[in-house]
Design a protein around this ligand. Structure first.
Ligand code: PMP
Length: 386
């Protein structure tokens, strides 16, 4: 392990040993009674973690983008009116996906690092009878956190279905899907949920399922179609064997393990741990003189941070220097700011030592690039906060 780098990108993340170990058991049949029980538990655990007791959970092979597509394909018919609130790269991706299913997609785009004000969203909702309001909880390109509760309540007031991309937030940021009136919350395995990439996960409210059942046209995507998947999820819920397309058996075994660990930690404790990690990272980065893409504390995500490089530093060589210190970080994702900033994931199994190692590596890289701080300025902040 001594040449192992610490993976601090915003997904995939460092996974818990117990989760990785659980994956390495011999692959059972997808209709093996033990696996049926694993699938059954995973669906139930998801509803607990999403805080959506009346929801319908779906577990399907695919990445987060497929979870996004599955929600769009099943909810939207040609001509439906959709409003997308974009806080970065993934908001625009969702708009692109939705445009495959209807021509009527409006986008309200926030300034980089900011959110769209609730009043502006409300104003827009009054202009048309939208079927769906779509937004990103944490946009991984900007590390901006939307107020999911306020948006959920607003959409309910205007009788609009809500679709939240929570790929970078479920099990890291607080989400109360049912209480907040969110209809579909989509995610993926490889971030705060803590399972290697490959699972598209979502929970749909009874209202979303009803809307799907009232469709007048066929779902335009065979693999995504809930007509195929709903009976499968229902079967596993009832502990019965069923088949539409082979489930990624070992990943679902890992999902059961990870969700079990998340629930054992306690959701409130877990959110608090992420709040603390996020705050510690931001305080340390600021102490090193690095500015963040997210405009202020209130709208900063706790699952990742996105700092700008200091002036006159080449991002590629800077990230390489950090990498040489044993920590892997990610470059910027917004096309217009690509070489201007980088991204640090701090979710899932993240602990104080990971934060110290990461900030220490950033300090050494700053020193190497002659942006000298006294070494220890950032790490000290983390030690103080913990
Ligand atoms: N939405 C958000 C907010 C994401 O962070 C990501 C992945 N970075 C995606 C969607 C897409 O997920 P995937 O890469 O698993 O397809």
């Amino acid at each position: 392990m001594k040449s192992r780098n610490l993976l601090m990108i915003p997904g995939p993340i460092e996974f818990e040993h117990e989760v990785l170990q659980s994956m390495s058991s011999a692959t059972p049949s997808h209709v093996d009674p033990k696996f049926i029980s694993t699938f059954h538990h995973s669906l139930n655990f998801m509803k607990e973690v999403w805080q959506a007791p009346s929801g319908q959970a779906f577990i399907v092979a695919g990445s987060g983008t497929f979870a996004m597509e599955m929600a769009a394909a099943n909810l939207i018919e040609q001509g439906d009116k959709v409003l997308v609130i974009s806080t970065g790269y993934f908001g625009l991706r969702y708009a692109d996906i939705l445009k495959r299913y209807t021509v009527d997609v409006d986008i309200l785009e926030a300034e980089v690092g900011d959110v769209v004000a609730i009043e502006d969203i409300e104003q827009q909702l009054k202009t048309k009878s939208y079927k769906l309001l779509c937004f990103t909880h944490v946009d991984t390109s900007t590390a901006v956190l939307n107020d999911a509760k306020a948006i959920g309540k607003l959409a309910q007031k205007h009788n609009v279905l809500t679709l939240m991309d929570a790929v970078c937030s479920v099990a890291g940021e607080e989400i109360k899907q049912e209480e907040w009136g969110l209809d579909i919350v989509v995610s993926a395995s490889q971030k705060a949920i803590g399972v290697p990439p490959g699972l598209a996960l979502l929970v749909a409210s009874p209202k979303a399922i009803q809307s799907f059942k009232q469709r007048k046209t066929k779902v335009q995507n065979y693999y995504a179609d809930w007509t195929n998947w709903l009976p499968i999820m229902k079967a596993y819920e009832n502990k019965e064997a069923s088949y539409f397309a082979t489930p990624p058996v070992n990943l679902i075994i890992a999902l059961e393990k990870s969700l079990e660990m998340i629930i054992a930690e306690g959701l409130e404790q877990r959110f608090e741990r992420h709040r603390k990690a996020g705050k510690a990272m931001r305080v340390a980065l600021r102490a090193l003189g690095l500015e963040l893409v997210s405009k202020n504390e209130k709208l900063s995500a706790n699952t990742l941070s996105a700092p700008f490089y200091p002036d006159n530093i080449d991002g590629t060589t800077f990230l390489k220097s950090i990498n040489e210190q044993g920590v892997t970080l990610a470059g910027g994702l917004l096309p217009n700011l690509k070489g201007k900033y980088f991204r640090i994931g701090h979710m899932g199994s993240v602990n104080q030592n990971d934060l110290l190692a990461t900030v220490g590596a950033i300090e050494k890289a700053l020193e190497k690039h002659n942006h000298q701080q006294d070494l220890g300025v950032g790490t000290k902040k983390i030690l103080e906060l913990f």
